[in-house]
Design a protein around this ligand. Structure first.
Ligand SMILES: *Cc1c(COP(=O)(O)O)cnc(C)c1O
Length: 413
């Protein structure tokens, strides 16, 4: 099931495109900023006051989206010099954390110049670069060391903080045994602690740990992972004399593309964070997908419908070079059909009824599939199709120039 209910204002916009006598205005992205504003407000309200909510800019860096999120978020997490520069222009004056692998010295210098408040350090080499950059800038930089993400796969081990485990066992629980280019295992973490001790009261101030715990977990799963991280992190920070530590628990809150009406349970998550929180500590999250996915719509029209060896295909204007999410995630992007009954081309109008149809785009590659074998009541050439959950990792992760089709329009509601 990959159909989705279209909000009245998005439907209205689709109908307007059709009523204008043309669908030349399609494909188009529609960002429902009103819905985003309400959703971000709900997220903030569900979290305990002591928890900080940063938005991961990489999920959708659209300036209007950032400005809307800024009304409710405590700050922004950027993962490159480009995102940093962009966020500075779009939402100036907001606290910013700078994370991500492969930072360059030039990026660190630029980040210090514009007053980035937290750096998430990915390796011992990066730590040395940070120290040099902070020294050169004549400032102290606040850092969190990023530990390797998740331990056990969801459901693989009993949930809950690992009471009574040794530091080594706790580390294994938090960080798992999976090799990863992101963050550091216990060996590298301790090497960083050693370097920091040698630097003394120098250019860097260790504030705590960062961990992007998992991707696509529900509230219970993320809270269990957070419990494990905190059990390990409190012990590690105490051993390394970090007082009032900060723990950034990352993002990864689930978005269910098969059931678009089911949302991450922010209330349960907020209650869980309140239970986990201890006075003096800061807990911070940096979700992306679950914040902005729901506000985005990709509207387009059906160019052609045909059958091949018994299967129905609908070819839409645009495709995965505009909306790469279904190709990247290997799912069916949920959609709604907006019928256009009175389009009468001077040739027979092909269509299907009560049939499973595969929706493909204009690219000359079999990978340009947005939804596979989804049963629709009716779909004809000339109809409008609106893909939902297109507000995160959608336009900005797509390979726009492949085949050189025109870009979509952008509308903001
Ligand atoms: C991508 C990323 C996020 C955001 O993840 P979502 O799944 O979009 O919530 C947060 N923190 C880090 C370090 C990331 O890499």
């Amino acid at each position: 099931m990959s159909t989705i209910r279209l909000p009245p204002r998005v439907l209205e916009l689709a109908r307007e495109a059709v009523a204008a006598g043309t669908t030349d205005g399609l494909p188009a992205y529609v960002y429902d900023l009103t819905a985003l504003d309400a959703h971000a407000a709900r997220i903030r309200a569900a979290l305990p006051p002591a928890a900080e909510f940063y938005y991961a800019v990489k999920a959708n860096p659209d300036a209007a989206v950032l400005r809307t999120v800024a009304r409710h978020a405590d700050g922004f997490e950027v993962s490159s010099g480009g995102e940093l520069e962009h966020a500075n222009a779009a939402v100036p004056g907001q606290p910013r954390a700078f994370g991500g692998p492969g930072k360059t010295s030039a990026e660190l210098a630029a980040a210090l110049r514009v007053g980035v408040t937290r750096f998430h350090v990915e390796s011992p080499l990066e730590l040395s670069m940070h120290a040099a950059a902070a020294r050169a800038a004549g400032v102290r930089a606040d850092i969190l060391l990023r530990v390797n993400p998740p331990g056990p796969a969801p459901g693989a081990r009993a949930a809950g903080p690992a009471g009574g485990a040794s530091p080594g066992e706790l580390a294994a629980l938090v960080m798992g045994e999976q090799p990863s280019p992101f963050g550091m295992d216990l060996v590298l973490l301790d090497r960083c602690a050693q370097t920091l001790a040698e630097l003394g009261n120098g250019p860097l101030r260790l504030r705590g740990l960062h961990a992007h715990l998992a991707s696509g977990l529900d509230a219970a799963g993320l809270l269990a992972a957070a419990g494990r991280l905190l059990a390990f992190g409190r012990d590690w920070c105490a051993r390394h004399h970090v007082t009032d530590p900060e723990f950034n628990l990352g993002g990864g809150m689930a978005v269910d593309y098969r059931r678009p009406e089911v949302r991450f349970d922010w209330d349960a998550y907020g209650r869980g964070l309140a239970r986990l929180a201890r006075p003096g500590e800061t807990l911070r999250i940096e979700p992306g997908r679950a914040v902005t996915a729901y506000c985005g719509w990709y509207l387009t029209r059906v160019l052609d419908v045909k059958h091949s060896h018994g299967q129905a295909f609908a070819v839409i204007a645009g495709g995965t070079h505009h909306l790469r999410t279904p190709a990247a995630k290997g799912h069916d992007q949920p959609f709604a059909v907006v019928p256009v009954p009175d389009w009468a081309p001077p040739w027979p109008r092909p269509g299907v009824a009560d049939t499973a149809v595969t929706i493909t785009g204009q690219l000359c590659t079999p990978k340009d599939v947005l939804a596979r074998q989804v049963t629709v009541p009716r779909l004809r050439a000339g109809d409008v199709v609106a893909f939902g959950l297109a507000g995160a990792y959608a336009w900005n992760i797509s390979h726009h120039s492949f085949l050189m089709h025109p870009p979509p329009l952008f509308h903001y509601l």
